[in-house]
Design a protein around this ligand. Structure first.
Ligand SMILES: Nc1ncnc2c1ncn2[C@@H]1O[C@H](COP(=O)(O)OP(=O)(O)OP(=O)(O)O)[C@@H](O)[C@H]1O
Length: 605
């Protein structure tokens, strides 16, 4: 984003966003800050008064005592008012920030919910997400602090400039000139910090990843077993220090140029004092006015430095929030420019019989040249049980994700009951169990109920879904039954075995009674042989009335399927029933023979 874009984003997106999150509080803040900003001018006036009254008092005129004490009283009153307003604004700002943070986090989560799943497969996405969340937590809302400080300093400065101009116009011009070097230096530094953060995001992410390898439960087993700690720690350390040194280098430059700016402002104050001294030499000035002038110049200089620092602070933070703006402007649907507009022929007979019709489906992952799926064609009639088999990397999971509408294929069509899967997002009609299913660190009830969130409180449906996979038995052994917190991440959570978690994931898919198409990607990989056999025995009953697609490496489990699709190198190389495929003596027959031979040889041993 260029300078203009950053400023536009700040004024037309970030500021209105913050404003809308708490307009009344912000308005009160603005009023209090403006009143507060007039304080220095009033204090300088009162100091001048006090010095002049004290001078008269020192000359032995005791009548001046009461007015002098009154001035001290006013000073104390203003001090107390400013103290009160400071704590009010502190509290107001806290609530404003909480509200804005909440709204921003919601907007980000909402955006994530709308983005195509394919974004989540890209490293650039994670880099950006890290910058966005970091930018928000540490930067986005600091704009607000900087804004208020600028507002307050500008009002203070204007009031002081009026005082200075009444004394000598050159002093006002001099004060104003101070802003230029300070602003430029701070702005350049801010830009450099942002560029550095942008450059370092991938390696920062790697630093966090390496740290998590050393601290997280999932990796602890292998880290200890393979004695990886020293190696990973070295890798983490060198990357950590590479980033840290770059940051130190930048800050060193910052300090150097910052020193210049300080020197410049000090020279100005010294020069102004000399000018005021020369003028006072003419004898037209009282001590009170002299003190007031010096104080005005110093306070005005401080206001200028504050304005410069905070303006560049706003710019720097705006650079950080520009990532947020770009993130929020990402098109929800990832448009693939290479998408071919070729018309794909669809068999009208297949279409008429309903079910799932897939024609000419091709899909290539972003940043890849080789397609993961090419020219996939098949037809599944309503209620059929289909198995998808193939070697590792053949494209089975990719096909499942395409069928679930998670990936948008570059070519071809997938029609469910005559409607394009991608265009017609009726997610309630589809359910799935993924290879890498989620172990929600929440209650067992939620872990199952998430299969159909609208029915999460339906106790009877929960019992049925749990009974189908034996989760009802697991629940009986848990202290809080279905309301037991699962997992190890939070206090009081009960951890399940991987196979038990898989049963819970299966129950989740059964919980969606409305699902007409169910896709299972290796649903029994973690189950013990008895549990797996029991599940397959009842499989027909479990998926009764639904169309099901099961990806499995265990070919024995596919024997009863109505249709078996054999994938190889992203293409369907064979399709038919178990008997038909065996008769072909092709890929499937070879895989089946290899597996059954292994079982037989194990039996002989
Ligand atoms: N996110 C991704 N980005 C790029 N390429 C990918 C991605 N996921 C998978 N692939 C590639 O796509 C191909 C098909 O992968 P897929 O996961 O569909 O295979 P699979 O048949 O399910 O394998 P397995 O049996 O091992 O689960 C592989 O060559 C794999 O390297």
């Amino acid at each position: 984003m260029n300078h203009k874009g950053v400023i536009r984003g700040l004024f037309f997106e970030i500021m209105p966003f913050i404003w809308k999150s708490s307009p009344a509080r912000l308005l009160i803040m603005v009023v209090i800050r403006i009143l507060d900003a007039l304080q220095p001018a009033v204090q300088i006036y009162l100091t001048k008064q006090l010095v002049e009254q004290a001078t008269v008092l020192f000359q032995g005129d005791s009548k001046m005592l009461v007015p002098a004490l009154t001035t001290v009283g006013w000073q104390a009153l203003f001090f107390l008012t400013s103290l009160g307003s400071r704590s009010i604004t502190h509290m107001l700002l806290l609530v404003i920030k909480q509200k804005a943070q909440y709204k921003m986090d919601r907007v980000i989560a909402d955006k994530c919910s709308r983005l195509d799943y394919i974004y989540f497969e890209e490293s650039e996405y994670y880099d950006r997400l890290q910058r966005v969340t970091q930018g928000l937590a540490y930067r986005g809302l600091s704009v607000l602090d900087h804004f208020f400080l600028v507002l307050q300093s500008v009002v203070t400065l204007i009031s002081l400039l009026i005082v200075l101009t009444s004394f000598h116009w050159m002093l006002s011009i001099g004060v104003l000139c101070l802003i230029i070097p300070s602003f430029i230096i701070n702005m350049k530094l801010g830009q450099k910090r942002y560029e550095q953060m942008f450059r370092q995001t991938p390696s920062q992410r790697k630093v966090s990843y390496l740290m998590s390898l050393m601290t997280r439960r999932e990796s602890a087993k292998e880290m200890k077993l393979f004695r990886l700690y020293p190696y990973i720690m070295d890798k983490w350390g060198s990357l950590y220090w590479k980033n840290a040194k770059e940051k130190t280098e930048l800050e060193k430059n910052g300090q150097f140029y910052g020193g210049f700016s300080e020197l410049f402002s000090y020279s100005f104050t010294a020069l102004s004092t000399i000018v005021v001294l020369f003028i006072s030499y003419t004898g037209s000035m009282t001590v009170g006015v002299f003190v007031a002038m010096i104080q005005t110049v110093t306070t005005a200089k401080d206001s200028i430095m504050l304005i410069a620092a905070n303006l560049s602070g706003i710019y720097e933070n705006a650079l950080f929030t520009s990532d947020l703006i770009q993130f929020l402007h990402l098109p929800d649907k990832k448009q693939d420019k290479t998408q071919e507009k070729e018309v794909v022929y669809i068999n009208p007979l297949a279409l008429a019989s309903g079910g799932l019709v897939v024609t000419g489906l091709s899909f290539t992952y972003p940043n890849q040249t080789e397609p993961a799926l090419s020219d996939i064609e098949f037809h599944i009639k309503p209620g059929q049980r289909v198995a998808v088999v193939g070697h590792n990397g053949a494209g089975k999971s990719t096909l499942a994700k395409c069928l679930l509408g998670l990936y948008r294929p570059q070519r071809g069509q997938m029609l469910w009951k005559g409607k394009d899967i991608f265009e017609d997002d009726d997610s309630r009609a589809v359910s799935a169990v993924f290879q890498d299913f989620v172990q929600y660190q929440l209650t067992l009830r939620e872990n199952i109920g998430f299969g159909n969130i609208t029915s999460i409180d339906n106790e009877a449906q929960l019992e049925i879904a749990a009974a189908k996979t034996g989760v009802d038995m697991i629940s009986q052994r848990l202290p809080g039954g279905y309301d037991t917190q699962l997992g190890h991440e939070y206090e009081g959570g009960k951890e399940l075995s991987h196979g038990q978690w898989q049963k819970v994931a299966l129950s989740r898919s059964y919980f969606n009674a409305d699902a007409e198409l169910v896709i299972y990607d290796e649903p029994t990989a973690a189950l013990d042989p008895l549990a797996e056999a029991a599940l397959f025995e009842r499989f027909s009953e479990l998926v009764e009335g639904k169309t099901s697609i099961m990806i499995s490496h265990r070919l024995g489990s596919c024997r009863n399927a109505d249709l078996i699709l054999v994938l190889k190198g992203g293409r369907i190389v064979e399709q038919g029933t178990h008997e038909e495929l065996l008769r072909l003596h092709g890929e499937y027959a070879q895989m089946y023979k290899a597996q059954s031979q292994w079982y037989e040889s194990v039996a002989v041993v």
